[in-house]
Design a protein around this ligand. Structure first.
Ligand SMILES: Cc1cc2nc3c(=O)[nH]c(=O)nc-3n(C[C@H](O)[C@H](O)[C@H](O)COP(=O)(O)OP(=O)(O)OC[C@H]3O[C@@H](n4cnc5c(N)ncnc54)[C@H](O)[C@@H]3O)c2cc1C
Length: 453
């Protein structure tokens, strides 16, 4: 019996796939990095027991396992390693809503939008809303601690994970936390696995906190003559109130989205803010304050709408930025974040880097969180352009660190940003991180090369 046959023997028929065409579809995440390896096989688990079998087998044979949700990640975190098993959770799709505890117990393979829809059937809401809401898995969201557009007011994925079942490297399944709003028994191990990018265990079930449905939001759109003015408006607005959304698009992003959607965005604007208020009974006051702050900061045009369809159209424009820019060339995607007062320095610094490295950078931001996505667009057939793009990629992360920020606000370190992690964390925190990894995964089989070398 070959090694892979011994794995197939302990799993349901059809779970192990090794056809080259199938393997090709599971090799990379959405960053489409050329460095992804070729796995031995793809396993599509259907339950926790399947995941346990894979990890027991992988531990015994010292084979690497790359956990994979929907592959929408943007940091190479789910990229295959040569000879590994790619362990897909896409067939693990159960969900149970418990109205009494306002929780959802979900398997990792559901998409974020499916969780939202199931909650909405009970008048409840699961807030975290990455722009990939339609395509990313809830397991991947937990493994990356995904953020999104409404996180500025409602928090990130980790704020909604009350508990989980996770399978450790040796195949042991443990339950952490549960449907309790307060629970300080023992160490915060649930939080340790949130954002662990598949290097500590495989999440096979999540208990998620749900909240009452959101009130309808009013939307403010503000256009600016410079990214600096727009960023100053963000600082001013967040100093006054907590909007339900505060997104930023620069000139290049506005134009890329306008090319893609043709919805009438103002192509001449140097920057645009999209701000929402859903404060029950106070949205009008918040909207007035937002309009006033934008005007004080030099907005060239501002308008507000309480028409949900109009607000949704602008939100869709913001969400369309990645697909729009993807059409323009190869991309290097940044996810740097800074403390809010440093946002003007970050966005103007990115413009300077684009000019100095002579590269096109399209920038959007979850601006209310200080989390920016400068996306470097380049022609991969041009060696010099590729080199300049990589230089800009490094310089943007260095700038974020110098401003007291982070190399990744929500996408994770994955494989594409790990070289910059020591510069942010320092040697002592890197050593602590490595010792946690070694304790939980002594043979280093879980997603090797992600986060840590
Ligand atoms: C158009 C677009 C817009 C996006 N917008 C946002 C955004 O606004 N905010 C944001 O945060 N992200 C965004 N992303 C990035 C991405 O969607 C998120 O990182 C998402 O959480 C990844 O989920 P996934 O299921 O695709 O995970 P994958 O890409 O499959 O995996 C991501 C990481 O999680 C690990 N992993 C996956 N499942 C498990 C599991 N069950 N157990 C343990 N580890 C696991 C993988 O090993 C990998 O390290 C966007 C991506 C795209 C393509």
């Amino acid at each position: 019996m070959t090694t892979i046959d011994s794995l197939s023997a302990v799993l349901p028929a059809g779970a192990v796939l090794s056809d080259p065409d199938v393997i090709e579809r599971y090799r990379r995440d959405s960053a489409a990095a050329p460095t992804a390896g070729t796995p031995l096989a793809v396993v599509r688990a259907t339950c926790t027991e399947d995941v346990q079998e894979v990890l027991r087998w992988a531990s015994a044979h010292r084979v690497a396992v790359v956990p994979r949700g929907a592959g929408s990640g943007l940091s190479g975190g789910a990229d295959a390693v040569d000879g590994a098993i790619v362990l897909s959770t896409e067939r693990m799709r159960d969900i149970r809503i418990d109205v009494a505890t306002r929780t959802a117990v979900v398997q990792p393979g559901l998409t974020n939008i499916e969780v939202k829809r199931a909650a909405a059937e009970h008048g409840l809401w699961y807030p975290p809303d990455p722009a990939s809401v339609d395509i990313s898995s809830i397991g991947g969201n937990a493994a990356t601690n995904a953020g999104g557009l409404c996180c500025v007011k409602y928090g990130v994925t980790g704020d909604y994970v009350l508990g989980m079942q996770v399978v450790l490297a040796d195949g042991t399944a443990v339950r952490l936390g549960g449907p309790r709003l307060k629970d300080v028994a023992g160490l915060s191990l649930t939080k340790l696995f949130v954002g662990s990018e598949g290097i500590l265990g495989v999440i096979t079930e999540l208990t998620l906190r749900l909240i009452p449905a959101q009130s309808p939001a009013s939307t403010v759109v503000a256009l600016f003559g410079s990214v600096n003015d727009a960023a100053n408006a963000v600082v001013a607005i967040t100093g006054l109130l907590r909007p339900a959304m505060l997104e930023f698009m620069d000139h290049a992003s506005i134009n890329a989205v306008e090319d893609h959607l043709k919805m009438g965005l103002d192509r001449s604007a140097r920057a645009m803010l999209l701000v929402q208020s859903d404060a029950p009974g106070a949205a009008a006051d918040e909207v007035a304050a937002i309009l006033a702050e934008c005007e004080k900061c030099g907005a060239t045009e501002v308008f507000a709408t309480d028409d949900p369809a109009e607000g949704a159209a602008f939100t869709a424009a913001r969400r369309a930025m990645f697909p729009a820019v993807e059409k323009m060339g190869s991309l290097l995607l940044e996810d740097v974040g800074v403390p809010i007062p440093q946002l003007p320095a970050m966005v103007t610094g990115v413009e300077d880097i684009a000019a100095e490295c002579d590269v096109l950078i399209c920038m959007v931001a979850h601006a209310g969180d200080g989390n920016t996505h400068p996306v470097i667009v380049f022609d991969p057939t041009d060696a010099d352009a590729t080199d300049r793009a990589h230089r800009a990629f490094a310089r943007i992360m260095e700038l974020a660190i110098a401003l007291g920020g982070t190399i990744t606000g929500e996408h994770g370190v994955g494989r594409l940003k790990r070289d910059w992690l020591p510069a942010q964390l320092g040697d002592d925190v890197m050593a602590l991180t490595q010792s946690i990894k070694d304790a939980l995964d002594p043979h280093g089989i879980l997603n090797p090369g992600a986060v840590l070398h």
